[in-house]
Design a protein. Sequence first.
Length: 487
Amino acid sequence: MDHSRVPVLEALEEFRRRGDVVYGPPGHKQGRGADPRVVDVVGEGVFASDVLSLNGLDDRRQSQGVVQQAEELMADAVGAERAFFSTCGSSLSVKTAMLAVAGPGEKLLISRNAHKSVIAALIVNGVEPVWVHPKLDAERHLAHPPEPDDVRRALRTAPDAKGVLLITPTDWGSCADIRGVADACHERDVPLIVDEAWGAHLPFHPDLPAWGMDAEADLVVTSVHKMGGAVEQSSVFHLQGDRISPEVLKQREDLLGTTSASSLVYATLDGWRRQMAERGQELMGAALARAARIRAAVDDLPGLRLMGEEIVEAGLAAEVDRLKITVDVRDLGISGMRATEWLRAHCHVDFGASDTCRLSGTITHADDDHTEHLFVDSLRRLVENADSIEPGPPVRLPDPPSSLELEQAMLPRDAFFAAAEHVPAEKAVGRVAAEMISPYPPGVPVVAPGEVITETVVEYLRSGVEAGMLLPDAADPTAETLRVTAA
């Protein structure tokens, strides 16, 4: 296929060349009605390129299939049979993927280190989760993806499961054995969905971790805004084989997705695909070389522990995405949260994720010499000034980490919609949660609706909040009270 073509961008360019006047949405009329104070911040081009897909970029009756052409080029670029664009982020795409495989009352195997969007999908669609617990790393207080044998065991206990959802890479960069898990699924002829939100870049360089389509996954969801070059909310479904119907997937996406898809998302997805098809290996190779230099420099800084290939050698993960720079800061006597706050205040850099133990930053094809040097210099300044940073109260980390694996007493949907009450946190022990509680970032729920709350979890959450942990989805973000099903 001709990857120099960019159907959406070409249609947008033609629309702007014609100078069409639109008597329909969007109401700002390509920026004519936008507040100049807004235009000063976001730019004229944003409004000029905000166009309806139909009767704007495309014609309703004589469709030239602009978006469909762009999706076909995307599929070809990444080695998928089909690709579908989504303008609502992978949070919605994962919900759609799950709906395409399992319906109300049916079972789906799910890695428990899933993002909150997965739990939300269970609430929306009424699927019964069969949790596959991740490989817990006691030294790092970290969850790595489950292994193929974990999936095989779970499939034996739930032979009626409709499929498996695997999350890889994790927010911290550890990666699953996708091919091994795919083999375990296909032995029972069930599909494998891979939530590869952090993996949009993986198809474009052989030294990056395995790409789900190459590793025989049936359906892969990516967030191109995370590691690619498209705007926020840019997501793509990638499909191959016959275990998941493209017709069913499209209908489920239509059920959940917006009817006012953003041309800005479509256009940037299209342009990013062209960039990667033409220069992806070169750009990703440069990013990998840059990350290697950063890793070497960070590894020399006292008090910092870099996560890398040692977790593979220890059998904790199949691979590591080296573009994820995950650094344990506990030896500095501070939490990752405190470190991130100090770096933002004093160095004006924002790291992508942090928790009680570590922080993480990503390197992409967009980084340059300036951002490379700033990354290292900021961490060097953190090390030099660590003694002056108030450590804050300690977080009571669960010991062993497996004590965070809670009993599922009710379906997430049933618990979420059940009659509920707020009780003091200490009185919630032994009660069934009626809410999600997800420290953010990265947004993996510690408590999901339907799980039985334990004293360990209460101590972890309350001490975490005191230390600066954010709980944006909890009914009470202070964790002083918890929402539980009514007695």
